[in-house]
Ligand binder design. Structure first.
Ligand SMILES: Cc1ncc(COP(=O)(O)O)c(C=O)c1O
Length: 273
């Protein structure tokens, strides 16, 4: 395994960052995960745009996207894989031990992990913790993912693959690493960005390609939905067949099945939509 660290490709054993890196000490960093198929990354332009948006939101200098692209290409060339997870991590760099960021400059790490084809259907649970739609990090893809670690562990403990959050006012928001869509009265709906969810790239593409509408929904919409699906870089479109142990009959239903088919066709036809 060869990993890109601050401008050089290194073997995994030497691919290290400082123990004083602000990403490690306080979660001061942003990241992106891209899907790769046979060494080619999907939707790179959208992912790099979001990396810049997240960095700006956290007050980090804009990442040098030429360097990021160079690093991605080098990592993909050095680690051939049929299906992969290309992870770009960009942090505040070496800093004092508190929340103040140092002036050493940011750290950039790019690594490739293995990915496997996800099942077409899955189980989810709701969790009692909330997404803070008014928080300083709302909508940013930061490395401060401790809340997601706890919620995802809860989901796994209950035999589910994802945990869904409501926000502070009880509206449906997103999963730990996915966006959520529901079909209500035959209409395909997804929570708006004002719910505090991440602007998922897959969410964006599904909305464009399958005509979903944004709708401010209560968390309880999950109880009435005719169909539910998740979207994310590594799930694409994935039908939900169980919510908190309740079956969603017939999953994947017709709207979900169509969204899955359209996504596979359009993504297959254009690597960088
Ligand atoms: C919190 C959160 N929401 C949604 C998503 C889905 O976004 P994308 O489709 O860009 O992978 C992710 C991605 O991992 C995420 O971390």
């Amino acid at each position: 395994m060869r990993i890109w660290v601050d401008g050089t490709l290194r073997n995994a054993d030497d691919a290290t960052v400082s123990v004083l890196d602000h990403g490690l000490t306080v979660g001061d960093g942003v990241f992106e995960t891209l899907k790769t198929v046979e060494g080619a990354a999907f939707a790179t332009t959208r992912h790099l745009d979001r990396l810049t948006r997240s960095a700006r939101g956290l007050g980090l200098p804009d990442p040098d996207l030429d360097e990021v692209r160079r690093g991605c290409e080098a990592v993909l060339a050095a680690n051939p894989a049929p299906l992969g997870r290309l992870r770009i991590t960009y942090t505040g760099g070496i800093s004092p031990l508190g929340s103040d960021r140092g002036d050493a400059g940011p750290t950039l790490v790019i690594a490739l992990g293995a990915a496997s084809v996800r099942p077409d259907t899955t189980a989810v649970v709701t969790v009692p913790w909330t997404r803070n739609e008014r928080g300083a990090l709302s909508g940013l893809k930061t490395t401060s993912y401790g809340e997601n670690v706890v919620a995802l562990a809860r989901a796994h403990a209950q035999g589910a693959s994802e945990a869904l959050f409501g926000n502070t006012v009880g509206r449906l928001c997103e999963g730990t690493g996915s966006n959520v869509f529901v079909v209500l009265g035959g209409q395909l709906l997804t929570p708006p960005l004002s719910s505090g969810c991440l602007a998922g790239i897959t969410r964006e593409l599904v909305a464009e390609w399958s005509g979903a509408q944004e709708a401010d929904l209560p968390l309880e919409a999950l109880d009435e939905a005719e169909e539910i699906f998740l979207t994310s870089t590594l799930r694409d479109v994935q039908a939900v067949r169980l919510v908190d142990g309740r079956e969603v009959p017939g999953a994947p239903g017709p709207v979900t099945a169509k969204a899955m088919r359209v996504f596979a066709e359009r993504a297959g036809a254009d690597l960088n939509p």
